[in-house]
Design a binder for this molecule. Sequence first.
Ligand code: AMP
Ligand code: ZN
Length: 114
Amino acid sequence: MEDCLFCKITAGEMDTDFVYEDDKVVAFEDVNPQAPVHLLIVPKKHISTILELEEEDYSLISHIYKVANKLAEAEGIAEDGFRIVHNCKEEGGQTVFHIHFHLLGGRSMQWPPG
Ligand code: AMP
Ligand code: ZN
C-alpha cells in the first residue's frame, strides 16, 4: 500500500529497530511512548482497520496476542500486568490506518481510558 507509514516500517524501509519479527508481524517501540514499555505489534499485511479483516485474517489476530504474551515476558511486565490497546477509526483514537496493537506496561494503568 503506497504512502502507508506502517507498510514502509514493516517492509524495513524506515530503519526502524524491531524488537521482534517473524513472517507475519513486527514489533517496535512507539515513537511517543505512553508508558515505560510501549511497543506496537504490527502485521506485515496492510489492513486499514479491524473492520476490514477478512476471514483468513482472524488467525493473524490470535498470533498477535501470542506475540504480545511473549513480548510481555521478555520486557518484564508479565508478572505485574500490562495493557493491550487497539484503536479503531477516528472516535476510537486511530491515527495510523494500518492495524496495530499497543502493548503498554511498566506503570499502573487508569480506568476508564480517556
Ligand atoms: P494509533 O493512534 O492507535 O493509530 O497509534 C499510532 C501510534 O503510532 C501512535 O502511538 C504513534 O506515536 C505511533 N507512531 C507514529 N509514527 C511512528 C513511527 N514512525 N515509529 C513508531 N511509532 C510511531
Ligand atoms: Zn499499510
